[in-house]
Ligand binder design. Structure first.
Ligand code: FAD
Length: 304
């Protein structure tokens, strides 16, 4: 067992001999400008040879990127031939509007939706359901299944979603999303393997048997990540500040530190049995590519 051997052979390099027997997916955001579009496609072209199981494209707050998300997903499928999933939120939209968007996806050949509730437009403001809309992601999943037999992924929160009154009700919510027809959960980012293992243990105890895929965010800017984390049910550990202290003017060193931290997290997850990884790429290939490589993943001949 290569993992067992890793544990025992302390004298060996940490990442030696990993077979790359993992499922991987990459998350992108829809580009705003031509320059950003070129950057996205550079990243896609670099990552595609690693043969991801799927890639996904986010949906801007309140549906602000509706067209761009659609176009990016459609192009990934039609031109790049990569299985692509569209993120879709139900905030600020009626059920009829949301269903129409889903129908257009199905017609464009999109078969996989990452179904999310979304957040209020103003950061920190409470979520208010649209009067004719879905109240939460579980209702959205059921509504999408009425439109067509989409493959559906949903969000999971190892450190509990901020709107939840307790961890158990957040788990109950995840179970409702799976029971409504989702086949996979993708986790919010986190930085401790134990946090993830505790969460997946609790999922199993709650009868959630669908795969819970860890979402990996390679952090290069702690201040930015901390700002974002506060709003979304993730904790940035204090030790991370120290790790990036003094690197503000050293982007190359920051990249190396970010890759090392994320790769070590992935190695621990792998050693604990995780075989699926979802990478928040922020439309950059380097870090995700390097981490996949260290996990043993090599380019495949994607033409065959
Ligand atoms: P839900 O599953 O509906 O849960 C929201 C909260 O309500 C939870 O606290 C839940 O426990 C509670 N809840 C739900 N139903 C009930 C009920 N019946 N009774 C009591 N409590 C209930 N946002 C975007 O805008 N665009 C994106 O593309 C996007 N992609 C994401 C991808 C991933 C992998 C993740 C993890 C998050 C993403 N988000 C995205 C953020 C997401 O929209 C927010 O985290 C949002 O606040 C919650 O969405 P959800 O689908 O988890 O909501």
């Amino acid at each position: 067992d290569p993992v067992e051997e890793q544990h025992k052979a302390h004298e060996r390099p940490l990442f030696s001999g990993l077979p790359g027997d993992i499922a991987i997916s990459f998350e992108f955001f829809p580009p705003k400008s031509e320059k950003m579009e070129a950057k996205l496609w550079d990243a896609v072209n670099e990552l595609a040879p690693l043969a991801p199981d799927f890639v996904s494209v986010t949906y801007g707050a309140g549906g602000s990127t509706r067209e761009r998300t659609h176009n990016t997903v459609a192009r990934l499928i039609a031109e790049a031939g990569i299985p692509a999933a569209a993120h879709l939120t139900c905030v600020d939209a009626s059920k009829a509007e949301t269903q129409k968007i889903a129908e257009a996806y199905w017609e464009a050949g999109v078969r996989h939706i990452v179904a999310l509730r979304g957040d209020a437009g103003e950061p920190g403001a409470p979520f208010v359901p649209h009067p004719d809309g879905y109240n939460n992601a579980a209702e959205l999943v059921a509504g999408l299944k009425e439109v067509a037999d989409f493959e559906i992924s949903v969000a999971a929160y190892p450190e509990v979603h901020p709107d939840s009154d307790c961890p158990q009700s957040d788990l109950d919510n995840l179970k409702r999303k799976i029971d409504a027809g989702a086949s996979r959960a993708i986790s919010q980012f986190f930085f401790s393997a134990d946090t993830f293992f505790d969460f997946t243990d609790r999922c199993l105890a709650a009868g959630i048997y669908a795969p819970v895929v860890p979402g990996i965010l390679p952090v290069t800017n702690v201040a930015q990540a901390r700002k974002f984390a506060g709003q979304c049910g993730a904790v940035i550990p204090d030790w991370m500040d120290g790790l990036f202290d003094g690197l503000d003017e050293r982007p190359a060193a920051r990249q190396l530190v970010a890759a090392t931290v994320a790769a070590e997290l992935c190695r621990r997850l792998y050693a604990g049995g995780v075989r699926q990884f979802h990478f928040y790429t922020l439309n950059r290939a380097d870090l995700a590519y390097a981490i996949c490589h260290m996990l043993g993943r090599r380019p495949k001949d994607i033409a065959s």
